[in-house]
Design a protein. Structure first.
Length: 199
């Protein structure tokens, strides 16, 4: 991993979006929040499983990597806060504090940490190369389970937590991590072509 650069994609693209600093940051965070909310609506449930299959994890990892640790985490906090306050932003149009306190609440809270982790790794410059970008995305994805599985255990017990909350999602997560880990370096390559001197 490289430590000399703290620039993330959102910073590199700032010259293409000439807005005042506060407005640019607000726009970035709002866009990240919207991306996570939209990704939650792509979902389906496996039979008998309270944990839905969604595109949220992919969106969270990408938002963190593109915006960086602070803005990525804030976009995720904004998403969760809006859903908890009654906007139908959670999977299947779910909303409210009851959803946040339910079996999948740990995963939702894990999104905040995952966005921060993937953003922090991107800030190190690791998102420029596929190998290290993949590791960064894997780290962020792992963090989601570190929050989600213990919370799920409270509802389904220790014996059922892994069969319900991890095993069915491994293949999908591998695909999402691989996609995100290749997309971000590819986006960097494109940005460097479009914006000379960008690094």
């Amino acid at each position: 991993m490289r430590a000399q650069s703290s620039t993330v994609l959102a910073d590199a693209l700032r010259p293409a979006l000439p807005l005042p600093g506060w407005l640019a940051v607000s726009t970035q965070v709002a866009t990240g929040t919207l991306a996570i909310a939209l990704s939650a609506q792509v979902h389906f449930h496996l039979p008998g499983n309270p944990v839905p299959v969604t595109l949220q994890t992919l969106a969270v990892l990408l938002v963190g990597a593109v915006l960086g640790s602070q803005r990525g985490a804030f976009a995720t906090v904004a998403y969760i806060a809006a859903g908890a306050c009654g906007l139908p932003l959670f999977s299947a149009g779910g909303m409210g504090l009851a959803k946040l306190a339910g079996p999948t609440g740990g995963y939702l809270l894990g999104f905040i940490a995952a966005a921060w982790v993937s953003g922090r790794i991107a800030e190190s410059g690791a998102d420029r190369r596929i190998g290290t970008a993949l590791l960064g995305m894997l780290a962020g994805n792992t963090v989601i389970y570190l929050f989600g599985l213990p919370w799920l255990m409270l509802y389904v017990g220790i014996e059922r937590a892994l069969p319900l909350g991890l095993y069915p999602f491994i293949i999908g997560d591998v695909v999402k991590v691989a996609f995100a880990g290749m997309l971000i370096p590819g986006a960097w390559a494109a940005v460097k072509q479009l914006i000379p001197g960008c690094d």
